[in-house]
Design a protein around this ligand. Structure first.
Ligand code: NDP
Ligand code: HSE
Length: 428
């Protein structure tokens, strides 16, 4: 008879409790599908006394997740605490060292320490699986490693932070200000403990770095992600984009270009009628492009108890079935240290700035744009009460370097107040 597969879970919050619920409810189904009984032996969290809405009485309790990770009666250490370093990393390292496989939902830990952990796992003959770390319930790592294994991936793009998508779509549909939509997301419990992880684009940047590693066979490089959050997006940007037939999304894109690996997570304009433009609320969407398959689109819940636990269970079931492959889809030693490259592929840009309302001001800006090689496609100036008028410009396709020269010039003049907001218009 096949031995049961024994789990230890550290972290009994939203995701940990979700995993426990599926394990308790679907024990027979999981055995029928994997051929092994999957049993939870031990658990850990900060507070033993907290009521978590699930029965914890049948499991061994450990106060210290590192002790849990080393227990003799577990085969898989399931890390669901979070945090790039600290207890999550210490316990993951301890588990690998003790010969356990690891399943985690922790994008921060994998994006920052993934290469070292993958090397350790391989030295120990163990695997780390992290499907839940990217886009919650969407099986995107599996799609890249398995379904698209015969392709060279040419580009990945997507909306990978549900909180930002919720805020941006509420600004659009309910005409809320950024601050009002942020507060609504907060009331609904969407925000990470440190909201900057969401609205600063960091959480989504972690996910993009993980996807890029698997897609392009590179060492995960979060530091190489060009990051910009959604904090400067105003209701005026949302409305102006809508007037022109666009929506604003926090969009991640990555491709291997001649200059190196491009990874960018920033607010962009996408056509309102495109699948990404129509993505509402907290939903995620990842678009994968392969040389043979063409484009495929994956859409679903990027967070929450059920969807994230579903992804954790998928990894556990793979290990139960004996289905093992290297952490980032190919041996850690074969992953290349790619040169990070700023994306300079020409694209149209949306520019918003406050222009002093006096003779010659617009001519000065037009001259700066012209000297930088940036050509104006459309322009609008709005009415105003004060001394500076909001001006919107859509450029013809221009390399980012040329736009940056123009922005530096505009910021240095005495006719533009503050720094212009520049958003790429992405063809999707
Ligand atoms: P929660 O904050 O809900 O839960 C975290 C859990 O970890 C809590 O049970 C907490 O204990 C426990 N914990 C924290 N520090 C320690 C420690 N030092 N020792 C033992 N236990 C500790 O987090 P989530 O469930 O939301 O997230 C877990 C992981 O999943 C994170 O990496 C997150 O990024 C990732 N993730 C989450 C998603 C989601 O929708 N929530 C989606 C995708 C990924 P206690 O309860 O006693 O305080
Ligand atoms: N904070 C994330 C989001 C959920 O809003 O998508 C966890 O990945």
């Amino acid at each position: 008879m096949t031995e049961p597969l024994r789990l230890g879970i550290a972290g009994l919050g939203t995701v940990g409790v979700g995993v426990m619920r599926i394990l308790q409810k679907e024990v027979d189904l999981l055995e029928a599908r994997t051929g092994r009984r999957i049993v939870l032996n031990a658990i850990s969290a900060r507070s033993r006394a907290k009521d978590r809405g699930v029965d914890l009485s049948g499991y061994e309790w450990e106060d210290d997740p590192v002790t849990l990770a080393r227990r003799d009666d577990i085969d898989i250490f399931v890390e669901l605490m979070g945090g790039s370093d600290g207890p999550a990393k210490a316990a993951t390292e301890a588990a690998l060292d003790a010969g356990k496989d690891v399943v985690t939902a922790n994008k921060a830990m994998m994006a920052i320490n993934g290469q070292a952990l993958a090397e350790q796992a391989e030295r120990m003959g163990r695997v780390i699986r992290f499907e839940a770390a990217v886009a919650g319930g969407i099986p995107v790592i599996k799609s890249l490693c398995e379904g698209l294994a015969g392709n060279r991936i040419t580009r990945i793009l997507g909306v990978m932070n549900g909180t930002c998508n919720y805020i941006l779509t509420r600004m659009q549909s309910a005409k809320l200000t950024y601050e009002e939509a942020f507060e609504e997301a907060n009331q609904l419990g969407f925000l990470e403990a440190d909201p900057q992880l969401d609205v600063g684009g960091i959480d989504a940047g972690h996910k993009l770095a993980l996807l890029a590693s698997v897609a392009f066979g590179t060492q995960v490089d979060f530091a190489g992600v060009e990051l910009e959050g959604i904090g400067r997006i105003t209701i005026e940007d949302i409305n102006a984009a809508a007037d022109m037939g666009f929506r604003i999304k926090l969009l991640g894109t990555s491709q291997m270009a001649e200059g190196g690996l491009e990874q960018r997570m920033a607010p962009c304009l996408v056509p309102a009628t495109s699948p990404l433009g129509q993505l509402e609320g907290g939903t995620n969407m990842v678009v994968l492009e392969g040389d043979s398959v063409g484009q495929i689109v994956l859409r679903g819940a990027g967070a929450g108890e059920g969807p994230t636990a579903s992804a954790v269970l998928s990894d556990i079931c793979d290990i139960a079935r004996g289905f093992r492959y290297p952490v980032f889809g190919q041996p850690a030693g074969s992953l290349i240290a790619a040169t990070p490259s700023q994306s300079n592929t020409a694209a149209p840009f949306y520019l918003r700035f406050a222009l002093q309302d006096r003779p010659g001001a617009l001519a000065k800006v037009a001259a700066i744009l012209g000297e930088a090689g940036v050509s104006i496609h459309r322009m609008r100036q709005y009415d105003h009460d004060g001394v500076a008028a909001p001006v919107l410009i859509v450029t013809h396709a221009t390399p980012r370097a040329a736009l940056d020269r123009a922005i530096a010039g505009m910021t240095a003049t005495d006719v533009v107040d503050g720094e212009p907001v520049a958003l790429r218009i992405e063809a999707v």
